[in-house]
Design a binder for this molecule. Sequence first.
Ligand code: FE
Length: 187
Amino acid sequence: MKPTRDNFFQFLDWLFYQRGAEAYLGEPVTIADHMLQAAYCAEADGADEPLIVAALLHDVGHFTGAFGDDYIEKRIDNRHEEVGCAVLSPLFPRAVAESIGLHVAAKKYLCATDAAYYDTLSDASKKTLQLQGGVMNDDEVRAFENRRYFAAAVKLRRWDDAAKVRGLRVNGLLHYRAMIARTLIAA
Ligand code: FE
């Protein structure tokens, strides 16, 4: 299902209540729980609404792309960050789509710049790091720091990494409906 302005809440129901119950690439949470936990972390950190919405939707690209669920086994990168950015950019402000589009680059960046970071990654994230091109080199680090949504993407990445807690109870999708509507309208 592809999201449009007209079907967006239908799309969210499909994403969170149907597809969302699926396992998340070997993580201990479902993908819906994972995205809800990421949004919860963003809100708890005092993020602004576009960035909370970005956290909530950061993995939509796993569901709107052309790849199946076994792409890790096949050793291909599904580029879910770019797919997510592309499907959301007509509907949301740039801050939402661009920080989602950079959240994988932010992992590669943090691996290069924060010595303690790699060990905090889940096994699945370590595995996909290789498929996604590995740790950034110095030139890539500098280029990334010059991206407009660099800081937002790094924050989003840290919420993403923290959002894999089995059994953690957080706000459901309903909590974010009005916020999403406000953010959609502002686009
Ligand atoms: Fe994620």
